[in-house]
Design a protein around this ligand. Structure first.
Ligand SMILES: [Zn+2]
Ligand SMILES: [Zn+2]
Length: 862
């Protein structure tokens, strides 16, 4: 065996393995009949940076994938890339100094694809460096025709089933992004605004209304009062006139109106908020759209047309103030819906859009067939399901996304949805191969809207399980790992789509991971300056150390704080493992039929217990538990206890005793590398390869050795540890010989390893020792004596030292110590002296160590 370096060089080892591993051993076998374990991994957005939150999630996935593979499963750990979306469009505009409308649609799309491909390449490097066992034969890229043809076919199939429709309907709209967005993309935040009290003209005298959005006066279609409102109900059924714009609107009764808010009268606009939409539908009100797609006022706003919303608001308030229409203004705290991406306040516009029907009951029922880990995360899905006021709006007014495969007949206006066989296609580039089924015209307008990116990623599970492929489909997948921040989107939409398209639950289990917090406890972000990139950690301490942080940092579901100290201690463990291996390697020998002694059997029993515990933890995704169990076994039981105990045998003459220790070391090392393989794949491989000449990543998960509990070996280990502590407390070298050790217990202990590890003769005896104690020295306690006896203290202490320690001990026991000062007797409390005594056994001085199962006597004299 070649020389093993003293320091563990993580960089050299990790880079060497990352560059030489045969990744095909991680490929899923479509023809295998072994039980499958397909993981519906999250396809990250290709920003170019594989951030630490991704890395945490991927560590969890890799722990599971490697473990399941070792357990004999046919594992798929695919890698997808969720490419489409606004951030890439914005980045491309930035890089090339253009806006998307300045270049042809196709050209803009090509630039987006180019940037995305570069970013994916960067992120793949980081993933390989982190040691993830991805199945690259099952990589998918949502912007590629192979994938988006499936997205388009899913659209067509759901349209044919009546689950997708197109309609004029209010939608959430981001005026800055210039696109419709889904409820899941609306964030709420509280803002302080002004509640304006104004007067609507009426024959019954002015009606007072409070509103925070006077810029929507032009969109007012009715006002509502509570039917029991004493003051205002007389207006119900009449008409009032909208100030500034001076047109009549009806006053209607509705029980949802809160008579205690403002003046108790509500202005219904199309649309101020979701409640307006509900009223608009229930009371069948007309539509007055005062805001356009760019967030500017429309012609409906008369002389305010084309002003921005905020300009219009200021102008209208100014006008009403000067006319006295506003008679009061007060601050109001309000919850405002914002675009999740750019934080612009969303508007509700009525638009012709494509929608996917939502069936909340079916989603909740399907969700209950799935095992949620941790269980409480399912509540988030259930709470979200049913809060949406309308269906999932899936059309977006962007470019870099999957095209909606639809045209509209120029002569009759009927939509023509593509046949599945025509796909993939972009209706902006191709015309349908048939004429209009309704009127026979051959002239079409393409649908320029594109699909919400969740339409791509919500079929990831179908894609990886072989839907619409040459393989026999294998849904449901076994596991969906994902963050809790996308339960209402990715998890929700996936359940909806799997059920709609193939009629089954998408996965058996969903594993929800938390977010990564910075060391200051806040969410990691560049602006907070608490941002850490995985590459930085890997450069300093290595991937194996980083992965240990992920393993011990927290349990799945809870937010995990990034802590350098976890990484540092991960690095320390790698060095400890390496030193242990460096010592043990020359002694580790595989051999059959050896006769393990009590100490060997104790270690094997501990090993079997540990394997069982770790296996149970892995099955529950309790990675922190699993890793800690392995680490404490390696560090404490194996290195600190077992190796210390058997050193003498290892360096002793050849024979069955030595071979038993060598075989035990081999088994322990081999097992440790197997158990560590999912967590620290690099060092596990390095050790296993040089130990056994085989890759640990194609090895099986270890079976626990069949060994009964070993109280004798366990006690020998405790005694040896106690003697080590004894020596170290006294500043003795650990190999310093002692005059003799006697161990009293109820067990028949073998002495060889104890004698070897303590460098002393060891006698083992049954029962308890006969011992006596004898006082040998008096130690006066100045702190107790000084304050009481002042200037006499010196004399007292001198006298005490001359007295017979046994006599002083007897007096202290009785409650007071009398000191003769020559004519005067000082009376000391027992605390004024400390008695040093020695323990005697059979008349010889010994130190005694009392253990729960044994008494150890160490001879101190000769
Ligand atoms: Zn936006
Ligand atoms: Zn037609």
């Amino acid at each position: 065996m070649s020389e093993i370096s003293k320091e563990y060089d993580f960089k050299q080892v990790e880079e060497r393995w990352a560059g030489s591993w045969d990744e095909s051993v991680y490929y899923f076998d479509w023809n295998s009949s072994a039980p499958q374990y397909i993981i519906d991994t999250p396809p990250p957005y290709p920003t170019g940076n594989f951030h630490i939150g991704n890395a945490l999630n991927w560590c969890y996935i890799d722990f599971v994938a490697r473990y399941k593979r070792m357990r004999g499963y046919n594992v798929m750990f695919p890698q997808g890339w969720d490419c489409h979306g606004l951030p890439t469009e914005v980045k491309v505009e930035e890089i090339h100094g253009i806006t998307k409308n300045e270049v042809p649609r196709e050209e803009f799309r090509r630039l987006c694809e180019e940037l995305t491909a570069q970013n994916i390449a960067k992120m793949r490097v980081t993933m390989r460096r982190l040691g993830f066992s991805n199945d690259w034969s099952n990589e998918y890229v949502t912007m590629m025709p192979e994938y988006y043809s499936k997205t388009q076919r899913s659209f067509v199939q759901m349209f044919d089933k009546g689950m997708i429709y197109r309609e004029d309907h209010p939608v959430n709209w981001c005026p800055r992004c210039g696109t419709a967005i889904a409820f899941a993309e609306v964030e709420y935040d509280s803002r302080t605004t002004t509640l304006n009290y104004l007067r609507f003209g009426s024959d019954l005298g002015d009606l007072e209304i409070a509103t925070s959005r006077p810029e929507l006066l032009a969109a007012c279609v009715a006002v509502a009062v509570h039917p029991e409102d004493e003051k205002n109900r007389k207006y119900i059924g009449t008409e009032v006139r909208v100030p500034v714009f001076d047109y009549p609107v009806p006053v209607i009764a509705d029980e949802v109106v809160d008579p205690a808010f403002g003046t108790g009268v509500v202005m219904i606009c199309t649309f101020g908020d979701k409640q307006d939409v509900r009223w608009w539908v229930e009371h069948d009100l007309p539509l007055r759209q005062a805001i356009d797609r760019e967030g500017k006022m429309t012609e409906v706003a008369g002389r305010f047309a084309r002003m921005k919303i905020s300009e219009c608001k200021d102008a209208i308030i100014e006008e009403m103030r000067s006319e006295g229409t506003i008679y009061r203004e007060e601050p109001l705290d309000q919850n405002v819906g914002l675009c999740w991406r750019c934080k612009t306040a969303i508007e509700i516009l009525s638009e012709r859009q494509w929608f996917v029907k939502i069936n909340p009951g079916e989603i909740i029922e399907t969700s209950s067939e799935i095992e949620w880990v941790p269980e409480h995360m399912e509540i988030r899905l259930k709470n979200w399901t049913g809060t949406m006021d309308w269906d999932w709006c899936i059309s977006r007014q962007r470019i870099f996304a999957t095209p909606i495969p639809v045209w509209y007949c120029k002569s009759c206006g009927e939509p023509l949805v593509a046949e599945e066989e025509w796909l993939p296609l972009d209706p902006n580039l191709e015309m349908p191969p048939i004429s209009c089924p309704a009127c026979g015209s051959e002239e079409f307008e393409p649908e320029t809207d594109v699909l919400d990116t969740w339409m791509d990623s919500s079929i990831s599970v179908l894609n990886v399980t072989g839907w619409l492929s040459d393989h026999k489909p294998r849904y449901p997948a076994q596991l969906r790992p994902q963050g809790h921040d996308i339960i209402r989107t990715w998890a929700f939409y996936t359940i909806l789509r799997a059920k709609a398209l193939v009629g089954v639950r998408p996965w058996d289990s969903i594993l929800v991971n938390g977010m990564v917090l910075g060391e200051d406890g806040h969410k990691m972000s560049k602006s907070l300056n608490n941002f850490i990139a995985p590459e930085e950690v890997v450069a300093k301490y290595g991937a194996d150390a980083f992965r240990q942080w992920a393993a011990v940092g927290g349990s799945p579901g809870s937010d995990v704080m990034f802590r350098w100290k976890d990484v540092v201690s991960g690095g320390r463990f790698l060095q400890k493992l390496w030193s242990m291996y460096r010592f043990a390697a020359p002694h580790a020998k595989r051999s059959e039929g050896t006769a393990p002694n009590q100490v060997d059997r104790w270690l094997l029993f501990e090993l079997s217990q540990m394997i069982e515990a770790v296996t149970g933890s892995m099955d529950r995704f309790a990675f922190d538990e699993a890793f800690r169990a392995i680490r404490s076994f390696a560090w404490e039981e194996f290195a600190d206890n077992y190796i210390e105990l058997v050193k003498a045998r290892l360096y002793g003459p050849d024979g069955p005793e030595k071979r038993a220790a060598q075989a035990t070391i081999y088994e322990a090392l081999e097992t440790l590398t197997s158990l560590l393989a999912p967590f620290t794949p690099f060092i596990a491989e390095e050790i296993r390869m040089s130990l056994a000449g085989e890759s640990v990543h194609t090895a099986s998960w270890p079976e626990p050795p069949k060994v009964l509990p070993q109280p004798e070996g366990s006690l020998i280990k405790d005694v040896a540890a106690a003697v080590r502590r004894y020596k170290s407390d006294r500043g003795m070298a650990l190999n310093a010989p002692l005059a003799g050790i006697e161990v009293y217990s109820e067990l028949d202990l073998e002495t060889a390893d104890l004698a070897g590890s303590t460098s002393s003769t060891v006698a083992v005896k049954r029962g308890r020792p006969e011992i006596e104690t004898r006082a040998v020295e008096v130690k006066p306690q100045m702190k107790a004596i000084g304050p009481v006896f002042k200037e006499k203290s010196g004399e007292i202490i001198r006298r005490l030292r001359e007295m017979d320690p046994k006599e002083v001990a007897r007096m202290a026991e009785a409650g007071k110590v009398l000191v003769d000062l020559g004519g005067e007797v000082a009376e000391l409390a027992p605390g004024a002296v400390e008695i040093e005594s020695e323990t005697l056994s059979a008349g010889r001085a010994v130190d005694m160590i009392a253990l729960p199962e044994a008494t150890v006597l160490i001879r101190t004299g000769t």
